[in-house]
Ligand binder design. Structure first.
Ligand SMILES: [Zn+2]
Length: 478
């Protein structure tokens, strides 16, 4: 039901942009990019749509078995792992003592956006060993244009929520219409009218009747899951909303979850405070896109975000997964910095004392959830890849290296692509792995020392990563 693979899709004609000034300019811009991408699929960027037909033997590697590293020989046949030597000729790959781990996941990021940046973003993820990406809010039309470019063996695999559900004036309406429209989209696609994003990257829902009426719109473009926004649900809702962040009427959550589940779609909730967390869990969502404490806008927020033992127990009992996003707060204007080098957020209103308290309550919540048995997923929201998030969590000293590695290479990929044979090495599992120079259980920094990458039996150490410097230079942090 999720993680549909490499199926080709019709590029979103249905969502042609009549209100967009300069539509022709946009089409002119996009057409060559798409052609280049399509050409790239067969050429230097190298993207066979199928797993490698060649069989390989991987010798002399030390393979992660969930606890430690063991010497083993694995074969890749039709992109899958086996320990049975195939009858057909094999190409031998000597892993010469490297430490082999499953590829990493990114459970929350919006940077995979459209034809103009898909190649650079995908290359950056591959370079950092992050093969599986979940985008919990995106412009539907653009995702439909790139969906068949990703989800092939030589690129990352990604799933998309498309337009998230929020209340009138709720997050992320202003973010799209007032901020990203100008700073992110107009430079890429040309002029965009204010309001163009409604029903493309967010849908406003105030009542159950409106939910019914807009459901076909919400599920158009076949989202892989549904995203909802809760923000400060502890404050009384006012229409129109006064200042301050708001989201859906939390009373709508159970109805949304019921409709989504009936359609075979999981629900991921944006949350900011402990009240949001409680409404989401009680409403039956499957995943929280943040840990309360990720965004602290002042000292009064600190106690609003603190979770209780009961919160953690209930989340564990209902098997709700929680995405870490410890680096996300740094990128928010006015947020208290979560740590010393949070240079984005250190400016503005974030007073030093609230920054310290913010870090404290965030790490308290993470420890509490982990102790209660809640599945944590590694997701950065605002970093270039989840590498920054994993390294930041490591610096917070919350978990031992084994625990953190398992969250990143086992739990996160398995949650993004539930039901897929990824996240460990076993008979019939996908032949996707990273070979590291050193043992990440002894020195976590070794996760950056990637010497070889294979995805579904295809080596990724070739052409598509050579120009990684180009892709890094062409991308600026968002
Ligand atoms: Zn986000």
């Amino acid at each position: 039901m999720r993680g549909r693979g490499a199926g080709l899709r019709v590029v979103g004609r249905r969502f042609a942009a009549p209100v967009m000034r300069g539509t022709r300019a946009m089409l002119c811009l996009l057409a060559p990019v798409l052609l280049a991408m399509a050409a790239g699929c067969a050429g230097a960027a190298g993207a066979p749509a199928q797993p490698s037909a060649k069989s390989s033997a991987f010798i002399n590697g030390r393979w992660f078995d969930g606890q430690g590293f063991q010497p083993a020989t694995w074969y890749a046949v039709q992109g899958r792992l086996t320990q049975q030597r195939p009858a057909a000729p094999v190409e031998t790959v000597d892993l010469s003592g490297l430490y082999v781990v499953p590829p990493f996941g990114e459970a929350h990021n919006h940077n995979l956006e459209g034809p103009w940046n898909v190649r650079a973003v995908a290359e950056r993820y591959l370079r950092d060993g992050v093969f599986y990406v979940k985008n919990p809010n995106n412009v539907r039309d653009f995702a439909l244009q790139i969906r068949s470019i990703v989800n092939v063996p030589t690129s990352i695999d990604a799933i998309f929520a498309h337009a998230g559900l929020t209340g009138q004036g709720g997050h992320p309406v202003a973010l799209y219409e007032d901020v990203l429209r100008l700073s992110r989209y107009e430079p890429a696609i040309g002029p965009v009218e204010r309001g163009w994003f409604e029903n493309r990257s967010y849908v406003v829902v105030e009542t159950e009747a409106e939910l019914e009426a807009k459901w076909p719109l919400i599920t158009s473009g076949r989202p892989d899951f549904v995203k909802i926004y809760l923000a400060h649900s502890e404050t009384e809702r006012q229409q129109p909303p006064k200042t301050g962040r708001t989201g859906l009427d939390p009373r709508l959550v159970p109805a949304i979850v019921a409709k989504a589940h009936a359609a075979g779609l999981e629900v991921t909730a944006h949350v900011e405070t402990a009240a949001d967390f409680r409404h989401a869990i009680q409403g039956g969502v499957d995943e929280l896109a943040h840990v309360p404490g990720w965004l602290i806008e002042g000292t009064t927020d600190v106690e609003r975000v603190r979770l209780t033992e009961e919160d953690a127990r209930l989340a564990a009992e209902r098997k709700v997964r929680v995405v870490t996003t410890t680096v996300a707060g740094r990128a928010m204007p006015g947020a208290a910095a979560h740590q010393s080098h949070g240079h984005h957020a250190a400016t503005g209103h974030g007073q030093p004392e609230s920054a310290g308290m913010a870090t404290q309550v965030l790490t308290d919540n993470l420890r509490l959830l982990h102790r209660a048995g809640v599945v944590l997923l590694i997701g950065s929201d605002h970093a270039e890849t989840s590498l920054a998030e994993a390294l930041h969590i490591h610096s917070l000293d919350l978990f031992d290296n084994l625990t953190l590695l398992k969250l990143w290479c086992e739990a996160t990929p398995a949650a993004i692509f539930a039901g897929r044979a990824i996240g460990r090495f076993a008979e019939g599992y996908e032949a996707s792995f990273l070979a590291l120079a050193g043992n990440p259980l002894e020195d976590f920094e070794q996760v950056r020392a990637i010497r070889q990458r294979f995805k579904q039996g295809v080596p990724l150490s070739g052409a598509q990563l050579k120009d990684a410097a180009w892709s890094a230079a062409s991308q600026s942090s968002q």
